[in-house]
Design a protein around this ligand. Structure first.
Ligand SMILES: Nc1ncnc2c1ncn2[C@@H]1O[C@H](COP(=O)(O)OP(=O)(O)OP(=O)(O)O)[C@@H](O)[C@H]1O
Ligand SMILES: [Zn+2]
Length: 720
């Protein structure tokens, strides 16, 4: 037998795994973590595969196996596939998997305290506080002390008197076990049918995709809970992906209520401690229920049973930096590799998913109405060419009247305006200068609440200047167009006595403030909520009956072939917040283009009409789902050199039938943080393996100057 080798992948951005010799008598398996020399360093990597050494080839040796749980084999395949599909390096994908090195080691231990249960009558106030307010137990003395407002010495004193005991224990506690057999809501007949179909898919114990296609407020969550329960009963783990914004306390509380246990919540802003705890518990198979944003898809589940992607149409499932991937599509891939079912849920499914459902690749499960007597809101258009607001105002008379009506009924209104801040443009009346972000093609946005001018692209901000930075004219700067703050001001002047609040993902609003605002809205303590995209997602406000869309045209146009689809989805979702409880809802949309097909379909409540027209257009143009698309973005500090690089890159495109290349051309954001940007658009017939094509193409561009970058985006969602 020849000597053995192992292919080790390190979590770094290099093209692939490296070969190492396996020293005798080391025994290795795929998925194990090992230390191996790379340059002068010893680095931790993963064994992707094993093989026989070619004679005469000198290889460095693996130094040591790390004593920890190996990555599951399906996870290794997943890393490979994600890298290949998205034309990324597998090392970069591995880095997304290994979000916490500490998770590879057992939980740290600490001396934890808990009451013994004895409770004598004559306690000092400090001791009583420690026992009654120091929990949840077991906890560190310092934690108990902080919660009870006492000194840690008191806790230790309680141990001496036998009222508390202490023990060396793991700090990262296991998660509570969800109970699938707690009763959910009583389902309607239509809901039960849908739930049974999903449960059957779970029982089949193999890969399938189901599209749960139900109108807003139809109870999709309640329905997929039944499938979740079934997978939990099988003793397997469940992953539920939701848009980051839906991971609020209220959103998570629904899972806790249904299954009697807090799920693992996984998103970008969890603490390092929660990250290592979550990762370790998921890897061990002990944590059964995970609710997370897109990155949760890269957790190393030991026995995955089901993946649910809620609001599957949502653009936040697409990651636009580092490894560019779409978590919805990668969920389907992961389901296939694990051979387990996937559920995609939405009131406004993407055309890709609808196409897959219509062609029979996905099971199509439809909920056509809301439960009980609750109806979908009526939707009407306001033609802004007819109902012109006064100069400097943005709300038409019918819109203001509808808000007035809702106030007089004691109900709530929501005004949707997808622009943060006060005004999207700051202009100098003296010289015409527009305030721009430094080194970036983006206007600064006035935020009146904080008195700052902010770049929404880079986060740059400065104090709102008094004089024009170009000509020096004083008080010449004027704000053009509306943002949420301005709309809130305008509606407040119409109704000075009402409680108006703004909900937007602002740099100034902390997650706690946002949660508090959502809570006030739910409790009916706000009369009019003015909000951005943030208000669209999955919220339930029982007293909300009127929804007004300030600018129904904002989402249309531009280079994005899905602009019509997005407009339609957003408007259906926004309108769908109205009338979800016992009162009927109404929505009004201000527009300059009432004849637009997306708006007409919306008013008619005829999704099939919209989908039919849109699908026919996509088919004619060979766009998804009738073709594949990709984008290339070339970045660099010198305009001419970026252009040259782009031209050179285009000449290297492999010849292939059914592939069209458009560009290069200047990107809509032509400069970002000092780097110039050029774009290419690639369209291919459905039978072309576009990932493979792009990989071959990219490999032909051997050399690119340092500080220059070629970024490949498979199935782009952003066209900026
Ligand atoms: N059978 C039922 N009986 C009573 N209430 C129900 C029933 N089904 C759903 N509901 C309630 O209706 C509301 C909407 O349900 P849910 O959030 O599951 O809908 P959804 O389809 O996910 O909505 P959306 O897509 O608009 O976010 C919730 O408050 C839910 O508790
Ligand atoms: Zn000026």
């Amino acid at each position: 037998m020849g000597s053995r080798t192992a292919q080790i992948l390190f979590p770094v951005n290099v093209p692939g795994a490296f070969d190492y010799a396996v020293p005798d008598p080391m025994r290795l398996s795929r998925g194990e973590f090992v230390f191996a020399p790379i340059g002068k360093q010893m680095k931790l990597g993963v064994v992707m595969s094993l093989g026989e050494a070619e004679p005469g080839r000198a290889l460095k040796e693996i130094a040591e196996i790390k004593a920890t749980r190996a990555l599951p084999l399906a996870m290794l395949d997943f890393i490979d596939w994600v890298a290949r599909y998205n034309v990324a390096s597998p090392g970069q994908v591995l880095r997304m998997v290994l979000r916490s090195w500490k998770a590879l080691d057992p939980s740290p231990v600490a001396t934890l305290y808990e009451p013994t249960g004895d409770r004598p009558l004559n306690l000092t106030p400090a001791r009583r506080a420690a026992l009654s307010e120091g929990g949840p137990f077991p906890a560190r003395a310092s934690e108990i002390a902080a919660r009870a407002g006492i000194s840690p010495g008191v806790v230790k004193g309680l141990v001496k008197t036998g009222l508390m005991r202490s023990e060396l224990r793991p700090v990262d506690a296991p998660y509570p076990v969800p109970n699938p057999d707690r009763a959910g809501r009583d389902l309607t007949e239509a809901q039960s049918v849908a739930a049974r179909e999903l449960v059957t898919q779970v029982q089949k114990d193999r890969f399938s995709v189901s599209l749960l296609d139900g109108v807003t407020g139809s109870g999709k969550t309640e329905v997929y809970f039944e499938a979740v329960a079934e997978a939990l009963r099988q003793g397997r783990q469940v992953l539920i992906l939701v848009p980051e914004i839906a991971l609020t306390q209220a959103g998570l509380a629904r899972f806790a209520q249904r299954f009697g246990a807090e799920p693992v919540a996984w998103h970008s802003s969890i603490t390092d401690t929660e990250r290592r705890r979550g990762w370790r518990e998921v890897a061990s198979g002990r944590a059964q229920l995970v609710v997370g944003a897109r990155s949760a898809l890269f957790l190393p589940f030991a026995k995955l049973g089901l993946i649910v992607v809620d609001e599957e149409h949502d653009t936040s499932f697409k990651q636009e930096e580092g490894v560019i991937y779409n978590a919805r599509d990668m969920s389907v891939l992961r389901g296939r590799l694990e051979d387990r079912p996937v559920i995609l849920a939405s009131a406004t499914p993407s055309l890709e998913s609808l196409h897959n459902a219509q062609s029979g690749r996905y099971a199509h499960i439809v909920l056509p109405e809301r439960p009980g007597a609750i109806t979908l809101p009526d939707i009407d258009l306001i033609d802004m060419k007819v109902h012109k607001p006064e100069t400097g105002a943005f709300l038409s008379a019918p819109m203001v009247q509808a808000v007035a009506d809702s106030i007089s009924r004691g109900e709530q209104s929501l005004l949707y305006m997808n622009r943060r801040g006060y005004a999207p443009l700051i202009l100098c009346r003296a010289c015409g200068e527009r305030l721009k972000s430094p080194d970036t093609d983006s206007w600064l946005v006035e935020h009146r609440a904080t008195g700052r001018a902010v770049c929404h692209l880079t986060g740059f901000s400065m104090r709102m200047p008094r004089e024009c930075p170009k000509c020096g004219a004083e008080d010449g700067l004027t704000s053009i167009g509306p943002g949420v703050e301005r709309i809130a001001d305008e509606i407040q002047t119409h109704f000075p006595q009402t409680r108006v609040e703004i909900l937007s993902s602002d740099t100034t609003a902390t997650p706690d403030e946002i949660k508090a605002r959502l809570g006030r809205m739910e409790q009916g303590e706000i009369d009019i909520l003015v909000g951005t995209q943030m208000v669209v997602k999955g919220h339930n406000f029982p007293k909300l009956t009127f929804v007004g869309v300030v600018d129904g045209d904002l989402l249309m146009g531009g280079a994005d072939p899905r602009a019509g689809e997005r407009t339609y989805q957003t408007l259906v979702q926004v309108a769908g917040r109205a009338g979800r409880a016992d009162k009927a809802g109404e929505a009004l949309i201000q527009t300059h283009h009432p004849e637009h097909e997306a708006l007409q379909a919306l008013v008619a409540g005829d999704r099939d009409l919209f989908v039919g027209v849109e699908m026919a257009m996509r088919e004619m143009l060979g766009l998804p789902p009738y073709g594949r698309i990709a984008a290339v973005i070339l970045w660099g500090p010198d305009l001419k050199k970026v252009k040259d690089l782009a031209k050179d890159f285009v000449t290297k495109a492999p010849r292939a039938d059914g592939v069209e290349i458009l560009g290069p051309s200047e990107a809509p954001i032509a400069r970002l943080r000092g780097l110039y940007r050029q774009r290419l658009f690639i369209r291919a017939d459905p039978d072309v393996n576009l990932s493979k094509y792009m990989t071959t193409w990219r490999a032909k561009q051997k050399r690119i100057p340092t500080k220059y970058k070629i970024q490949i985006d498979i199935d782009p969602q952003s066209f900026m």
